[in-house]
Design a protein around this ligand. Structure first.
Ligand code: PMP
Length: 424
């Protein structure tokens, strides 16, 4: 069985004490990167949508189905015990990864969208009343807007929005003005998927708590890039998806403080989430199982651990430093492209570059780059209100991961120059 990532250990090419990441070795772990697309070697710059998966994650999936597949928690046989241990090992890995106090504070979900809906449907339904206020920011992904909108409609509550400035930073002084004694919940993105802005969530959490509100953080774009410590942050909930951090699709977590989770009603009803069922009445299981009805996505959650441990093996600080280098290189190279305008110029950013090219529609840019083997994302990035606020329909977005290189950024810049030349 392959239960650890050690056989894939990456050796360093740097100096002792502070070894650099060996990007060639890292790339070897990602089979999907080694292919031609439209006759050119693939450049994958759509990491904010989903990252590629390293061999330890692929091996863990294969290993799960070939050595331990069974339903978890209820079995008395050996395979069920093995599968349960592997599933619960992921919970412990994630606890360590975000420095939660206890593994019971980690609830498995299908992803960020599922996690935010879980909080809205449980904590939200139980605590939001008519006249209450919920605050989000202008940077939010649709999945951190629509669940709160639905809750507000159901309860007669009001949704308020923190505006942004011209760089794509939230306006903290405006946020403070939005806080009232009716503010019950603040839900804000840690890092924007559309612009890359890293929000000052420490300040938002502090001010939110002073106003008596519960604070939810959408960490979908942060978990693969930023070192997390939910106890130091003191957020009430933190949510992310596994597939944006080298793990399979259909995985994610909600972190919640024990006291909140224990007081919340369940999400879905069914097996696993119960203590006892009679036709008259049901009592519920303890956390986290109270929120995990039915057979979960066992294999993918088992493999999720290997995505987390891949990040830990490389080191989040080193990943962040390397991606920062890619980001500044991209800013420099792309600014040489005639007619290119950056959208989102916040000082603190994850490795996301959004831009527009004068006179060329973003879809066309994306299609022409694809013809050159370069994968980027185009459109509104599930942030239509933000795009409307910026007065645009969409952007071209290149988002970098630890396996990307400056040579690939050169190809993007050259590709864009070629497109501009052809379109003029
Ligand atoms: N929030 C942000 C900031 C995101 O980038 C995404 C995914 N693009 C989501 C939420 C939703 O994540 P998922 O699709 O994995 O549920």
């Amino acid at each position: 069985m392959n239960n650890n990532t050690s056989e894939h250990t990456i050796t360093s090419s740097g100096t002792a004490g502070s070894p650099a990441l060996d990007i060639d070795k890292i790339r070897e772990l990602f089979p999907v990167l080694h292919q031609e697309v439209n006759g050119q070697s693939l450049v994958y710059f759509d990491n904010a949508a989903t990252t590629q998966k390293p061999k330890p994650v692929l091996d863990a999936l294969h290993d799960y189905y070939t050595s331990m597949n069974a339903n978890i928690h209820r079995g008395v046989h050996t395979l069920a015990d093995r599968a349960t241990a592997a599933f619960e090992a992921t919970r412990e890995s994630i606890r360590r990864f975000i420095n939660a106090a206890e593994k019971e504070e980690i609830i498995f979900t299908k992803g960020t969208t599922d996690g935010l809906n879980l909080i809205a449907a449980t904590w939200g339904r139980a605590n939001i009343q008519q006249g209450d206020e919920i605050i989000i920011s202008a940077l939010e992904h649709h999945s951190n807007i629509v669940p709160w909108q639905m809750l507000c409609q159901e309860k007669g509550a009001t949704l308020k929005v923190i505006p942004i400035d011209g760089n794509g930073d939230i306006r903290l002084e405006e946020f403070e003005k939005l806080l009232t004694n009716k503010t019950k919940l603040i839900s804000i993105v840690h890092a924007s998927n559309a612009l890359g802005t890293i929000n000052p969530i420490e300040a938002v959490i502090k001010k939110g708590h002073e106003a008596g509100a519960v604070v939810v953080i959408d960490g979908a774009q942060a978990s693969a890039h930023i070192t997390l410590d939910v106890q130091a942050l003191d957020c009430d909930f933190y949510v992310f998806s596994g597939h944006k951090m080298y793990a399979p699709t259909g995985t994610g977590i909600v972190y919640g403080k024990r006291s909140l989770l224990e007081a919340m009603p369940p999400y879905q009803g069914g097996g696993e989430m119960i203590k006892e069922v009679t036709f008259e009445k049901t009592t519920y299981n303890v956390i986290p199982y109270k929120f995990e009805a039915g057979t979960p996505n066992i294999a993918d959650i088992v493999a999720f651990r290997h995505g987390v441990e891949f990040i830990e093996m490389l080191g989040r600080k080193k990943i962040a430093e390397y991606e920062e280098q890619l980001l500044s290189y991209a800013k420099e190279k792309l600014s040489e492209v005639p007619g290119l305008r950056f959208i989102g110029t916040a000082k603190r950013k994850v490795s996301v570059v959004s831009f527009a090219i004068e006179g060329v529609h973003h879809f066309d840019v994306g299609m022409m780059l694809d013809a050159k083997g370069i994968a980027v994302r185009t459109g509104h990035h599930c942030t239509q209100p933000l795009m409307r606020m910026l007065g645009i329909e969409g952007t071209v977005r290149a988002s970098f991961s630890v396996y990307n290189t400056t040579a690939e950024i050169d190809r993007l810049a050259e590709g864009l120059k070629g497109i501009v030349k052809m379109m003029r």
